[in-house]
Write a protein that binds this ligand. Structure first.
Ligand code: GBH
Length: 491
């Protein structure tokens, strides 16, 4: 429409794909409909109703289980090339294990996939976006090594039911958050608080689960379905607070990428520097062996190279400095420190803060990360699987969201065109307002507003939805530096 007349110079490549994303627990609701099994998030928030700021949960959320046709219509109205959603493991496999497939679960995802394809929208499907079957958690969840096989069995069900139509699979969304926030700090489900071991044991099992699922696809489905399987990683861009903090910044970076290193680096395994630090710290604490479980030669080989693309979720950045003796450590990454490395994570005073406590806006961060992915792991395909910003108050005139998208898309464009990074897709988080974990319904990320007080969860496009539709149609982010001009175009 109006905006893009003088911007032919900044077009994204013709094959570049734009999409929008959600996840099962955050939108579906219908937590106990039909034979769906309980997930760790159902359990976590039912047992701790005061955990998140508005004492809410996602029992109903956007009720996408009932209103998925609305979601398909919205995706079509936006003109996205793909819609990234996740399968709820306990909805498809009520017991978590694969001896019984839910007919209703299967029908739900078939409807959604077919509905999208009828509109020419590709489904991009995440197998695990944090809603583990509670039964498996009772058996240790991501700390039980058997989970790698349980996950592979689940993946097999999903690949065989939907692989004829789903060509892009994300195995696991953000291992670092699952492990660090779920098993270290215990703020997220399953609420295990074991800062010494939780993150590491979970990490190892996640990597094995991912690798087995990727290899299964590679062996049994690739020839038939010609799809791609990757893993999605959450990354902060880290900057040294000053020159003297450069080394520690590199370490924090490596620490956040320890799982990524195992999959994407040439040598595989844990980053040696991180292995060394954890081993030394463990010894000082009196442990008889490192708290970081070793990856055997066999495991290292099993995990290494198990990707067809790198999925990147980028939101925000941090400045890193060495901790001083009197610094208080909070758990990382939420509390803004990294205990194992002895680093404090801060922000630049020039960065603007968004509606979540952890969120400072730094668009150059996404370009820097994209460049660093290429530098570290070579010329691999990168799909940006999430990027977006929260606003507070359910305002339809979300010009600050347009500004965020515009500035980040510009940096993505630069990464492609100036740095030669092989980025092939961009995904807006999120398509519709949904349940934002511990922020409940108080922080909205949606291109569409959802009225959570209406029984049919009415969805309405925000200004940013119109902007994003224009971006997709024109394959260009346009010039929106002037909020007044933006308002005139999108009101
Ligand atoms: C992504 O995680 C998720 O994939 C997605 O589901 C989520 O909705 C989106 O980001 C926006 O948050 O302060 O204790 O509430 C990004 C990583 C993990 C960063 C949770 C912020 C806040 C935890 N996020 N963390 S808390």
């Amino acid at each position: 429409s109006v905006l893009i007349c003088n911007v032919h110079a900044i077009k994204f490549p013709p094959e570049f794909k734009f999409g929008a994303a959600t996840s099962a627990y955050q939108v579906e609701g219908a937590w106990n409909v039909s034979d769906k099994g309980l997930s760790i998030w159902d359990k976590h928030l039912h047992s701790n109703p005061d955990l998140n700021v508005d004492h809410s949960n996602a029992d109903i959320a956007c009720d996408s289980y009932r209103y998925w046709r609305e979601d398909v219509r919205i995706a079509a109205d936006l003109g996205v090339h793909f819609y990234r959603f996740s399968i709820s493991w306990p909805r498809l496999l009520p017991t978590g294990t694969s001896e019984r497939i839910s007919e209703d679960g299967k029908a739900y995802y078939n409807n959604l996939i077919n509905g999208l394809l009828e509109k020419g929208i590709q489904p991009v499907v995440t197998l695990y976006h944090w809603d583990l079957p509670q039964r498996l958690q009772n058996l240790g969840g991501w700390t039980n090594p058997l989970i790698a096989d349980w996950f592979m069995d689940y993946a097999k069900v999903a690949f065989s039911l939907f692989g004829d139509r789903v060509k892009t699979w994300v195995t696991i969304n953000e291992p670092i958050i699952i492990c660090d926030v779920g098993y270290n700090r215990g703020a997220f489900a399953p609420g295990v608080k074991d800062p010494d071991f939780g993150n590491y044991i979970c990490h190892k099992n996640i990597l094995l689960a991912h690798a087995k699922a990727w290899r299964l696809y590679d062996d049994e489905y690739r020839m038939k379905y010609h799809g791609k399987v990757g893993i999605t990683n959450h990354l902060y861009w880290f900057e040294p607070a000053s020159e003297e903090h450069k080394d520690i910044t590199d370490l924090v970076n490596l620490y956040m990428r320890m799982g990524i290193h195992a999959v994407f680096s040439k040598e595989g395994g844990w980053p040696p520097k991180i292995e060394k630090i954890v081993a030394e710290n463990s010894k000082k604490q009196g442990y008889s062996r490192s708290r970081l479980p070793a990856l055997s030669k066999q495991e290292t080989i099993l995990i290494k190279g198990t990707y067809d693309f790198f999925g990147l979720n980028y939101y925000t950045s941090r400045r890193v400095r060495k901790a001083k003796p009197d610094d208080k450590f909070q758990d990382w990454p939420l509390g803004e420190s990294c205990v194992e490395i002895g680093a404090i994570l801060e922000y630049d005073t020039t960065w603007k803060r968004a509606a979540c406590s952890w969120f400072w806006i730094y668009p150059e961060g996404i370009r820097n990360i994209l460049k660093s992915i290429k530098e570290s792991y070579g010329d691999i395909e990168v799909l940006i699987t999430e990027n977006g910003v929260p606003t507070r108050g359910s305002n339809l005139n979300d010009y600050e969201r347009i500004d965020y998208y515009k500035k980040h898309l510009e940096q993505v464009w630069l990464a492609i065109n100036k740095d030669g990074v092989n980025v092939t897709a961009y995904t807006a988080w999120t398509m519709i307002d949904n349940f934002e974990w511990l922020d409940g319904y108080t922080a909205q990320f949606g291109l569409y507003q959802v009225d959570f007080s209406s029984s049919n969860r009415t969805r309405k496009p925000r200004a940013s939805a119109k902007y994003y539709a224009d971006v997709i149609r024109s394959r260009s982010y346009g010039y929106y530096n002037n909020p007044q001009a933006t308002a005139e175009i999108y009101t």
